[in-house]
Write a protein that binds this ligand. Structure first.
Ligand code: BJW
Ligand code: ZN
Length: 269
């Protein structure tokens, strides 16, 4: 018989104060209050495309110009966005907890680097970063914050549904400094494997933690979607912070419904 999760904040804070190894697993909802559209929310459309349709290797090989326009747009949007109260609460809490010899590991599905910007250390980025590139020829990966990332994309990428595709010739898209191969965003698309080292680190943190917070994720994308249920299956406390219930809510001990920018500063204070 499944029991409803508790929304007793005082009870959560007791568990939180005793925890030695905490994992905070985040998704797009943690950046929503910074004004970054979530993946599956109402702002998740770009032109006539669902984000899911462009975040695939097939889409990139079929039309690299279109997919670059989409990621260029999202890189440029991030120039105007700052960490919000949820990112800050997590970063400050990690510093305090580490100062006491305990551990907090942040595992994120986001590619926006806002956890870094807030000062969180050792962020495990499951799905890569908007601000890294990957060469499809030699595999070189490196940080890149150029704006625009190449001249041909300057002023391109407008999200309105009637914007025409720019059809930029492949030779004018971003290219590798080492081997001149075509670059792609260093993100994990549907059907692609997550990086082995990153997955290993995430599994270690998930396997060792004695408290897990799941913040702003719809919990539908694997393998990330099974991390918190795995923790709950060990009998360890899991607390979900989300505007809605998710397919995994029933498996967790705590569920706090509302904006995480309001809930986390209280929960982690
Ligand atoms: C708030 C809030 C506020 C809003 N406060 N909350 C097993 C079963 C079925 C399928 C699979 C499976 N294993 C693998 C698959 C296939 C696939 C998958 O999971 N598909 C499912 C959709 C069914 N997985 C993969 O392909 C993965 N690869 C893999 O497993 O390789 C091996 C393999 C390959 C092929 C077959 C089988 C195995 C790779 C997944 C990579 C995902 N990449 C993306 C794109 C990254 C780049 C980019 O951004 O462009 O990552 S997809 C997209 O979803 C993005 C996100 O990180 C990810 C998760 O989304 P998230 O963060 O949860 O966002 P939303 O928008 O969905 O939810 C926001 C939430 O916030 C909502 O709940 C709101 O309520 C809440 N919220 N405001 C608190 N203020
Ligand atoms: Zn290269």
């Amino acid at each position: 018989l499944s029991k409803m999760p508790s929304s007793d904040m005082a009870k959560f804070r007791e568990v939180f104060k005793k925890a030695e190894k905490i994992v905070v697993l985040t998704g797009a909802g943690v950046s929503a209050e910074s004004g970054v559209p979530t993946f599956r929310g109402s702002g998740g459309l770009w032109r006539t495309y669902k984000s899911q349709d462009l975040a695939t290797p097939d889409a990139f090989y079929r039309d690299p110009s279109l997919v670059w326009e989409f990621y260029h747009y999202r890189r440029e949007v991030m120039c105007t966005k700052k960490p919000n109260a949820a990112h800050v609460a997590i970063a400050e809490s990690q510093a305090l907890i580490r100062g006491k010899g305990r551990e907090m590991t942040v595992v994120t599905q986001n590619i926006d680097e806002l956890h870094h910007a807030a000062g969180t250390q050792d962020v495990i980025e499951l799905h890569g970063s908007l601000f890294r590139t990957l060469c499809i020829k030699c595999g070189d990966t490196r940080a890149n914050r150029d704006s625009p990332i190449c001249e041909a994309l300057r002023g391109k990428g407008a999200p309105d549904r009637d914007t025409k595709a720019s059809n930029i010739p492949e030779e004018q898209l971003p290219h590798c400094q080492k081997c001149k191969g075509l670059l792609r965003p260093s993100v994990v698309w549907f059907g692609e494997m997550l990086d082995d080292d990153i997955l290993l680190k995430a599994h270690k943190a998930i396997g060792e933690c004695d408290l897990c917070l799941v913040v702003g994720t719809s919990s539908v994308v694997y393998p990330a979607a099974m991390f918190a249920p795995q923790v709950a299956a060990r009998g360890v406390a899991v607390a979900e912070f989300n505007m809605e219930v998710t397919p995994t809510t029933q498996q967790f001990g705590f569920h706090f419904q509302g904006p995480c920018g309001e809930l986390l500063p209280i929960a982690l204070s």
